[in-house]
Structure formats: C-alpha cells, structure tokens
Ligand binder design. Structure first.
Ligand SMILES: [Mg+2]
Length: 424
C-alpha cells in the first residue's frame, strides 16, 4: 500500500504544463527579451509570472477536483471572484467578470458580448487542458463538460469548439502514454470529436502540414493567435503538440517562436504535451522559474458534495415558499456550498448544492424538504426563491418563515451560531 498523494496525476500534470507555457510565453512580449532568447532558445531568468490563462485554468482544475464534475454555477463565480485585473485579461473579460461579481446575470452578460454574437476568442481553449486530461479513459466524455466550461464566458460556437478540441487533445495525450499514437492519428482523433466549423477545418489543415519542417510556415497558414480567435490559435497549438508530444521543450519553443498570442498558444501546447509527458517532462528550471500556483488551486478532492445518493428522495409535491431576507458573506456561502453529509449533519439535515440550488434533505429519512435557489449580489449571496415539500405526508409543522431560516442556519458545516455576515 502506498500513501495516497493528493493532486498528482494527469490533470495536475496538464496544469503544470499549461502554467509553465503561459508564464514562459508571457516573457516574450518584451521585444528585447524575445529576440535574444528566441535566437538561442535560452530561457529568460525567473521568476515568470503567469497570466489569465493560468488563473482560469486553476479555477477549472479546482472546480473539477472538488466535485469530480463541472458545476457551471460554481465555476462562473470562481472565475469572477478570483479575477485579478493585473493578469492580462482582455477588456471584454475584465468587464464581464466584474459585472458578474457585482451580481449581474452571468448568462445574459456573456451572450451580449461582441454585439450579441458572443466571444469567439481563445479564452475558453486556453484554460481547459487539465479538465481534458482527467478524461483519458473516455475522451468523448469530456466534450460536454468542456463545452460547459467554455459557455460561461464564450458563447460563440467557434470558441466552444476550440475548448472541446483542446480538452479532447489532452485526453488523447494522456491515453498515448500507454497507447502510442502517430501525430496524424492524434490530430485526426481530436478532429473527429470537434464539431464542424473553422476549428475543425484548421485541425484538418494542421494534419496536412505535419510534414512541414518549418514551424513558421505552419504558423503562417494556421494562424498564431494574433487575431486571438479560437480558430486562429488552437490548430497551430495542437500542431506543435502533435509533432512533439514527448518533447515538452521543443513543443514550447515552436509554440512561442511563431509569435502572436504567445502565452496562450504555449499554454495550450504545454497543457496537452505535459498531459502526455507528466510534470517530469517539463524542464526543472522552467518549473522553478514559474511563479507558484495559488493555494486555492488544490482543494480537498471531493470536498464539495455532489448529491445524488440513492437514499436522498426529491421533493414529491413542490410549493413555493417565501425566502428569508438575508445575505451570506463569501465565506459563509463557501461553507454552505460544500454541503453536509450524514456525519456532519448530526441527523438533522443532509445538503448539497447543484447549479446554484441548495437542496436540504431531512437527515432522518433523506426526504428533500427545501430547495433554495441562491443568487449573487454585490458583496455576497442571498436565497432568491425556494420550494418546500407540500405533501402533508412528509412535512408537518408550522408554516411560518422561521422554519426555512432555521434550516439554512443549520446547513453550514461547523457553523458558528453567531453567524457570518448574516444580516437580520
Ligand atoms: Mg494570458
């Protein structure tokens, strides 16, 4: 028996590869640094701060490992609350994430971008390789969660397709650890699971160009991300990865030396290649030069309850119920969001959240009594609507508003009776 070690494995490898690529690529936006180092393929001295690509990829990684699945509501607010203006986000992303943080309607705001066509940028593709690497057993199964992570900020089909292609590529890259694959077959497998459109067309072109000895020529045809669209970024990044799946260093130099959106191309290439090589394939000096990843990237795996246990029965007859007027702090919602298992619940309530809905089940028989939708407001969170079990066979007692308030009080693991930012 070996002691289980947390946060190792293909998804963590991909996150290392992605963040090193992002941080190294971002070094080359200073022209003098770029010229000297690119000519000799020597890396600049550290530390290399990472950018928006890594910040968002850490959120994707954390969201997936805490739940074992992607929850769109949780990931939306993870992106928005961790958004650091100084990490090189584009102007549209900066505005979008700030408005979501302040309580704006996330779905509507994302769909309104770019005159209502939604963003077709490479921002959904740049952050998704760690998710893909978790799906090596079944690459097809990552298509839907990859699309879910994309749609939070990028509603244009091209951006979604870019995220699907990169996630699938990472899954196949892990799989190639035990089932070797040719570069042709690798790109073909990725294209097979990518919906029809410019990204898939670009992957077909990339496959045609695999024999091209000069990466500059390939980048000229496929695009190097200088237009920051998914179709202008993903095919070249995956061309670099396909040709150098076992050679992180060469893959990264080709990704960066073509110019364009260097941090993002290198983040995508690096995430996919490290999904194959493992973190051990990344030059040690490069890992050491990369700014450390934030501590929140590594939550307790499975620390957020996903619900769905067979003994939990849903509400049988739902009826609207008035919600108490209260606002939770970020810290308080964070604890409620994790849910209460039978052990912590002390026999009273078992709870879990899904898509921003808090499900409260009676601990004694597993019956769902309340279902509470939660919304973001500036500076906190509040219950916005609720349903109660109305079948008289299941719920008896006073029909006053205090019942739900009490249940919500009890829904916080390790709660302190004084409350956290609770307003009367
Ligand atoms: Mg960036």
């Amino acid at each position: 028996m070996t002691t289980p070690v947390l946060h190792t494995g293909p998804a963590a490898d991909a996150l290392d590869g992605l963040s090193v690529g992002d941080a190294l690529g971002a070094q080359f936006f200073v022209p003098e640094t770029a010229r000297a180092h690119l000519a000799a393929r020597t890396e600049p001295s550290g530390p290399w701060p990472w950018t928006d690509d890594t910040e968002m990829a850490c959120s994707v990684y954390a969201a997936h490992s805490e739940r074992g699945a992607i929850d769109g509501f949780d990931l939306t607010y993870a992106f928005a609350l961790r958004h650091d203006f100084d990490r090189g986000y584009g102007p549209a992303a900066n505005r979008l994430l700030r408005l979501i943080r302040e309580g704006g309607d996330a779905g509507r705001l994302a769909a309104e971008l770019f005159d209502g066509q939604g963003s077709y940028g490479n921002g959904a593709a740049m952050r998704v390789a760690p998710l893909g690497a978790a799906y090596a057993a079944d690459p097809e199964a990552v298509v839907r969660p990859a699309a879910d992570t994309a749609l939070i900020t990028h509603t244009h089909p091209q951006a979604v397709d870019g995220a699907i292609a990169v996630a699938v590529a990472a899954a196949y890259a892990v799989r190639a650890r035990t089932r070797p694959v040719t570069p042709e077959r690798f790109l073909e497998s990725v294209a097979d699971l990518t919906p029809d459109g410019p990204v898939r067309d670009g992957l077909a072109e990339a496959r045609e160009l695999l024999a091209q000895p000069d990466f500059r020529v390939a980048a000229q045809v496929l695009g190097n991300g200088s237009r920051t669209s998914a179709a202008d970024t993903v095919p070249y990044a995956l061309w670099c990865a396909a040709r150098n799946l076992a050679d992180y260093r060469t893959a990264l130099w080709e990704a960066i030396a073509a110019g364009g959106d260097m941090d993002t191309v290198a983040a995508i290439t690096g995430g996919v290649v490290a999904a194959h090589t493992g973190t051990g394939g990344i030059p040690r000096a490069w890992l050491a030069a990369r700014e450390p990843l934030p501590g929140w990237t590594f939550p307790e795996p499975g620390g957020v309850r996903a619900g769905g246990e067979p003994h939990l029965a849903p509400i049988s007859l739902p009826r609207p119920y008035p919600v108490p007027d209260l606002v939770w702090s970020d810290g308080r919602w964070e604890r409620i969001r994790r849910g209460l298992g039978p052990r912590e619940a002390d026999g009273r309530w078992v709870s879990y959240t899904s898509g921003g809905v808090l499900h409260l089940h009676r601990g004694t028989d597993g019956r769902e009594i309340w279902r509470v939708r939660v919304g973001r407001v500036k500076g906190g969170w509040r219950p916005v609507s609720a349903l109660v079990e109305a079948d008289p066979g299941h719920l008896r007692g006073r029909d006053d508003h205090g019942l739900l308030r009490d249940a919500l009080e009890a829904a916080e693991p390790g709660r302190d009776a004084r409350g956290y930012g609770l307003r009367p």
